[in-house]
Structures are given as structure tokens and as C-alpha cells.
Design a protein around this ligand. Structure first.
Ligand code: PRP
Length: 183
């Protein structure tokens, strides 16, 4: 049955396959193994940054073979645009108390780095025991702030990407693979 499932009707002509679902899963398996080793005995809280990271967090947490908690935060800088506005707002605050906890923030993509910088400043104020960042995708060429991402899935060129949680004007988040958009 699964072999019959394909998403070709959802893929416009200007989308080019960049990273397959299988490649993503393989990388998450590796990252999950590293995280389980690094956080053994610490019961980390994984904080997914909505909306984009919910698909990633859902898959990633099942590759981390230690006890963990999850929570979500929602911030926005892009709206429907393709460039960061630089004005970041918290649209949904954390629910969990992260004081003295090992926290890993889960991002789908780091572009300018402004969102991660904002989250680092904001979450540090709650005095977590440790605060690390994971991103599935990173665009080294676009980074304008000096931040360190502890776990990176894939470094990619400066191109607009979509699928696996990432949107094109709020749609296409349900694509299983990641595509680069041209034009
Ligand atoms: C995306 C992404 C990051 C941010 C990265 O969020 O999830 O949070 O942009 O860009 P930066 O490094 O330039 O700050 P977006 O505002 O598009 O919201 P979404 O996750 O709801 O699509």
C-alpha cells in the first residue's frame, strides 16, 4: 500500500528535490544516537519551535532512546515573507518550567540566525541547567549573527526550501521530502 503513495500531484514544476525523506530519517537516526549518549540520565526537554519544527520533533524524538520531555514555543519573524523581518514576537510561550533542566531547542532551519539568537537570550533568562540547539537545516552563507548550533542535520546553500514541515506561504508543510524552489 505504501508503495502506491506518492505526492507528485503536490509538487509544482519549479520545485527540485533536495533531500529525501529517507536521507532525513538516516540523519535523524544518527543525531538521535548522539543526543541519547550526550544526555544519558538527564531527562532533557526538547522544545520544538512552531510551526516548522513539529514534523522534525515528532520523528527525531523517536530516535532518542532515553527518557525525555517535549514542549513547544511559537515565535514569528517571517510571516509569509521570504526574508526575516528581524522583529521577532513570541506567539505561544513555553508551558514547561525549564529552570535547572537540560534543554534542547529544535529548529527546522537556521537562516540569518536571528531566531536562535532571540531564543537563546529569552530561554537563558529561565536559568536552564544547559541550553543547546539543534537544526535540521542550516544556511551558513546567510548567517548574520555569531551563534553556535550544537547539532546540525544538513548544511545547505542559500535557497528557498520547502517540505517536511517547512512552508511555502503556509502550504506544502505536508511534503515528505525537502525541495528547493526556483523562480
Ligand atoms: C523559520 C524557522 C526559524 C526561522 C529561521 O520560522 O522555523 O524559526 O524561520 O530564520 P532565521 O535564522 O533567519 O531567524 P518562520 O518564521 O518561517 O515560521 P514557521 O516555522 O511557522 O514557518
Amino acid at each position: 500500500m505504501l508503495e502506491e503513495f506518492n505526492q507528485s500531484t503536490l509538487i509544482p514544476e519549479n520545485y527540485e528535490l533536495l533531500i529525501t525523506h529517507e536521507e532525513i530519517q538516516k540523519r535523524l537516526f544518527e543525531l538521535g544516537k548522539n543526543i541519547a549518549k550526550d544526555y544519558e540520565g538527564q531527562k532533557p526537554i526538547l522544545i520544538g519551535v512552531l510551526n516548522g519544527a513539529f514534523v522534525l520533533l515528532s520523528d527525531l524524538m523517536r530516535y532518542i532512546n532515553i527518557d525525555l520531555e517535549i514542549d513547544f514555543i511559537r515565535i514569528s519573524s517571517y510571516g509569509d515573507g521570504k526574508e526575516s523581518s528581524g522583529h521577532i514576537k513570541v506567539l505561544k510561550p513555553l508551558s514547561a518550567d525549564i529552570k535547572d533542566r537540560a534543554v534542547i531547542v529544535i529548529e527546522d532551519i537556521v537562516d540569518s540566525g536571528l531566531s536562535v539568537q532571540f531564543l537563546e537570550n529569552m530561554l537563558s533568562a529561565f536559568s536552564p541547567k544547559s541550553l543547546k540547539f539543534l537544526t535540521l537545516l542550516q544556511k551558513p552563507e546567510k548567517k548574520i549573527v555569531d551563534i553556535n548550533i550544537d547539532y546540525v542535520g544538513f548544511n545547505i546553500d542559500d535557497q528557498f526550501v520547502v517540505g517536511y514541515g517547512l512552508d511555502d506561504q503556509q502550504i506544502k508543510r505536508n511534503l515528505r521530502d525537502i525541495y528547493a524552489i526556483f523562480g
